[in-house]
Design a protein around this ligand. Structure first.
Ligand SMILES: Nc1ncnc2c1ncn2[C@@H]1O[C@H](COP(=O)(O)OP(=O)(O)OP(=O)(O)O)[C@@H](O)[C@H]1O
Ligand SMILES: [Mg+2]
Length: 383
């Protein structure tokens, strides 16, 4: 998530300053002060487009963070323009600073530090020690953070980074070198990344497989969606609660005709190219386990293979009569056209739940438009 979206969404700087103080106190046992300052007196800056704070004279190691972030996949020209922009912005000291801060004591900062605000957390990349600290952003609930912490404490896989230290609302892990899959520019590496990431979640699914009764799972989801929709109407003023309920009822009706049981497993939940890392050796790592939980074995494969987090993802999935890619983690793998319809209906219910839970965890008055647009798109596909 970029800085401009966060500035529009939340009281960003109040949360930013409070979180930086908290991180230093809890993780490094240091009392720091941070606030806006003149360019002349500043020792920390945020440059336009870079969306992260650094010392004005950052080290070449810190610069590598921005080179990795600005690996643009869409076109070669944009790739070159982005790289040139990063060279200029990371070599220009205090010039071009969009925001200037002063943090004391001075030794809390080094040229190797990059403070990167994310969706619900702030990351402190320390390229000297090769580690990154992640802490909940003040003003956000701890639900997702706790979920990630619990999941990572209880699951160890070769594709999960180990946490080196952790507390109630923070953890430290190694810094990965390479790129998120979404920013890998070499097509063969990108395609191999998808294959490997699918094999990774298949291993997780196989180790955590169980069967749920189809009707029970669907009616539990339907009831939960109903409750969350009325909360979202009251707290977030969504306008599409009635349409969403109709979509949910129709999907729930579909399931149970031929599927008696649903294979379930531990699922990542937001299994998209921004949460899969390809390191410099080409090895995949899966991170951001905030939304981990038990879902059907079809859900994660659907999110990645049909790009459900992108516009037109659902249009693609809905248009396929036999969407075999959904079955990556499914041992049974034998369904007729009706079976596939039922599988798609389960994935749709899980996806609506995903968006609703996400919406309700964001700061007040934010997110309703995104949810309403999602429901309208689904409505168009299904009518
Ligand atoms: N261990 C790591 N090493 C290097 N980069 C990392 C590491 N962990 C996370 N990142 C980078 O930080 C970004 C945000 O991390 P994460 O996915 O955990 O947060 P998020 O809540 O999804 O934030 P956002 O939605 O703003 O990306 C990742 O997309 C990745 O670019
Ligand atoms: Mg993420």
């Amino acid at each position: 998530m970029d800085l401009s979206s966060m500035l529009a969404r939340e009281d960003f700087f109040t949360h930013f300053f409070a979180t930086v103080r908290k991180y230093y106190k809890e993780v490094r046992n240091m009392d720091v002060e941070i606030g806006f300052s003149s360019k002349k007196d500043c020792n920390l800056v945020i440059k336009p487009y870079l969306s992260a704070a650094t010392a004005p004279n950052m080290s070449s190691r810190a610069r590598s963070f921005f080179y990795s972030e600005w690996n643009v996949r869409s076109s070669f020209l944009k790739y070159i323009a982005a790289k040139a922009g990063v060279v200029l912005l990371t070599h220009s000291g205090k010039s071009f600073a969009q925001f200037a801060f002063r943090m004391t004591p001075e030794d809390a900062l080094t040229p190797d530090l990059v403070i990167a605000p994310n969706n619900r957390s702030i990351r402190f990349f320390d390229y000297k020690s090769g580690t990154v600290g992640c802490i909940i952003k003040s003003g956000f609930t701890s639900k997702y953070f706790q979920n990630q912490l619990n999941f990572r404490k209880s699951h160890a896989y070769p594709f999960m980074l180990p946490m080196l230290r952790w507390g109630e609302d923070w953890f430290i892990e190694p810094i990965l070198i390479g790129h998120p899959l979404a920013r890998v520019t070499k097509e063969s590496v990108y395609q191999q990344g998808i294959v490997d990431a699918l094999a990774d979640i298949k291993l997780l699914a196989e180790n955590t497989l169980s069967q749920a009764e189809a009707e029970a799972y669907v009616s539990e989801m339907t009831a939960r969606i109903g409750r969350l929709l009325s909360q979202a109407e009251k707290r977030k003023h969504i306008k599409t609660a009635a349409s969403a309920l109709k979509i949910v009822e129709k999907a729930a009706e579909t399931v149970g005709k031929s599927l008696n049981s649903i294979p379930m497993c531990e699922s990542h939940g937001d299994f998209q190219g921004g949460n899969i890392w390809v390191d410099e050796k080409g090895k995949t790592w899966i991170y951001d386990w905030e939304t981990a939980g038990r879902r059907s074995v079809w859900y994660d494969s659907a999110v990645l293979c049909y790009s459900l987090r992108r516009p037109f993802g659902w249009e693609g999935l809905a248009g396929e009569q036999f969407p075999d890619k959904l079955l990556n983690c499914d041992r049974e793998k034998r369904y007729d056209a009706g079976g596939y319809q039922e599988i798609k209906a389960v994935v749709l219910l899980e996806d609506i739940l995903f968006y609703l839970e996400d919406l309700l965890e964001l700061p007040e008055d934010w997110g309703a438009e995104i949810f309403d647009a999602f429901v309208k798109r689904i409505e168009q596909i299904r009518t």
